[in-house]
Ligand binder design. Structure first.
Ligand SMILES: Cc1cc2nc3c(=O)[nH]c(=O)nc-3n(C[C@H](O)[C@H](O)[C@H](O)COP(=O)(O)OP(=O)(O)OC[C@H]3O[C@@H](n4cnc5c(N)ncnc54)[C@H](O)[C@@H]3O)c2cc1C
Length: 417
């Protein structure tokens, strides 16, 4: 390829979708990826096995003509299903219209679909096992060992540990901070029982336990992927498998009974870090950051990938419109939205962990859904705004705060009890 018009660093979820969109518009695009091609060598783990896909992500996929392919592979989840300590279940639909569902999709399959689609377009070249080492100080070329690759646009889609962001920091264009959540995660597979899902496959399951929790999302192969979100100290205390089993038996019996090889999984599956990355600037010269490289968030709203896909869609729209100074324009538009979803993701952690079992919270949610049905034009619950619309996150948060105040007032007047 002669000098590429766009260099994308990272062929993860955001980078591969972007390559597909650019390729479809005949933009010469070079994608540099540090890992081996996951379609040939399998995915290398380290991130969640499945992800919740919602409207923003679907809108970006639709722009690339990929929504149907991805949705067909996904498992619709129309509700949260809460498991209390006594094994009692409470079902809480996600949307005011119960036909609306978020989708559980496999990360490896999704990444492969996106890579295949991009590779079909003749203008996209992938170079795997190519670890970018930095940026030239003017932000107009990527460094790959001894090689310098100039381009009109450089997109850092290289994830939370982004070398592109680190280079922007080194040359004084950006400052970032990663706020650890203080909780980490570990995944467990729940195999099928007699060929069927072990739990209701139409819901996202939650075991809220105040201070910690577990969730499980269905996969099309009949398994569930469970994720434990424990405080860092709890993971440190549960060094031995028998201690972990005791903790699970006390708190998460209805999950543990579906994990026959719990000890093996506990000792083999890694503990993953969770935190919020905030960077005060994402651009310099011809370079801009997107996705986790710019704004990694905690996973409790299921929006990290969806937000990354929204970055991709907006980048492609601005590029197609011939926008001058695209890196800065994209940053100005996306930064407030990234801050808003980061805040909502943290709020949702507290909600899922502590409140979804609380009767006052549940009655407020029920009232919220009723108002949504009675006054659909005036009252859209926050979850619907975030997960079932493309309303900018920053507007969703503003409306959500106002509505929450109203709901609390109505509740204090005795409504919704
Ligand atoms: C436990 C957990 C659950 C989650 N659940 C959800 C969910 O339900 N819904 C949701 O929307 N989001 C979810 N997320 C968030 C989601 O995983 C991320 O937001 C998403 O993966 C970000 O995509 P990305 O392309 O920006 O980064 P990544 O997917 O991390 O891709 C970055 C790519 O860059 C490559 N790379 C890195 N450094 C270099 C280099 N120097 N040179 C070349 N290539 C490089 C990497 O190898 C990788 O392929 C979850 C995250 C976690 C941890």
């Amino acid at each position: 390829m002669r000098q590429p018009q766009v260099v994308v660093v990272g062929a993860g979820l955001a980078g591969s979708l972007l390559a597909s969109l650019l390729g479809q518009r005949s933009i010469n695009t070079l994608v540099l990826e540090a890992r081996r091609d996951p379609r040939q060598h399998g995915s290398q783990g380290g991130r969640s096995i499945n992800l919740a896909l919602s409207t923003r992500g679907r809108t970006a996929l639709a722009r690339a003509g990929l929504e149907t392919a991805v949705v067909t592979d996904g498992m619709p989840m129309a509700a949260r299903l809460m498991h209390d300590r006594h094994g009692q279940l409470t079902r809480q639909p996600y949307a005011k219209d119960e036909r609306q569902a978020i989708l559980s999709v496999g990360r490896a399959q999704l990444n492969a679909t996106l890579l295949d689609a991009a590779a079909k377009t003749p203008c996209v070249e992938f170079r795997f096992e190519q670890k970018v080492t930095g940026l030239r100080d003017d932000g107009k070329a990527v460094l790959l060992g001894d090689e310098t690759i100039e381009s009109d646009l450089i997109v850092g889609a290289d994830g939370a540990g982004s070398i592109i962001r680190q280079t922007l920091e080194r040359i004084g264009c950006c400052q970032s901070v990663t706020e650890p959540l203080g909780h980490a995660y570990k995944e467990l597979e729940l195999p099928p029982v007699n060929g069927q899902h072990a739990l209701d496959p139409t819901a996202l399951h939650i075991w809220p336990r105040g201070g910690e929790m577990a969730i499980a999302l269905p996969n099309p192969d009949g398994t569930f992927t469970g994720t434990l979100f424990f405080a860092n100290e709890t993971f440190e205390q549960l060094q031995h498998e028998h201690q972990a089993r005791d903790h699970m038996a006390n708190q998460y019996g209805s999950m543990l009974q579906h994990v026959p090889d719990f000890e093996k999984q506990w000792s083999t599956n890694p503990v993953g870090f969770l935190g919020t990355l905030r960077a005060n600037r994402w651009h310099h010269g011809h370079t801009v950051l997107i996705g986790d490289a710019a704004h990694a968030i905690v996973p409790f709203y299921g929006q990290g990938m969806n937000a990354a896909f929204e970055d991709v869609r907006r980048l492609d729209e601005l590029h197609a419109a011939g926008t001058e100074n695209l890196p800065e324009v994209l940053f100005q538009e996306r930064k407030p939205n990234a801050d808003a979803i980061a805040e909502m993701a943290l709020m949702n952690f507290v909600e899922m962990r502590d409140h979804v079992g609380d009767p006052m919270f549940l009655s407020r949610k029920a009232l919220e859904r009723k108002l949504g049905r009675w006054l659909p034009k005036m009252f859209t619950p926050l979850y619907d705004r975030v997960s079932f619309s493309n309303q900018p996150y920053v507007d969703a948060l503003r409306h959500g705060r106002r509505q929450d105040q109203l709901l609390r007032r109505l509740q204090s007047l005795g409504l919704g009890r």
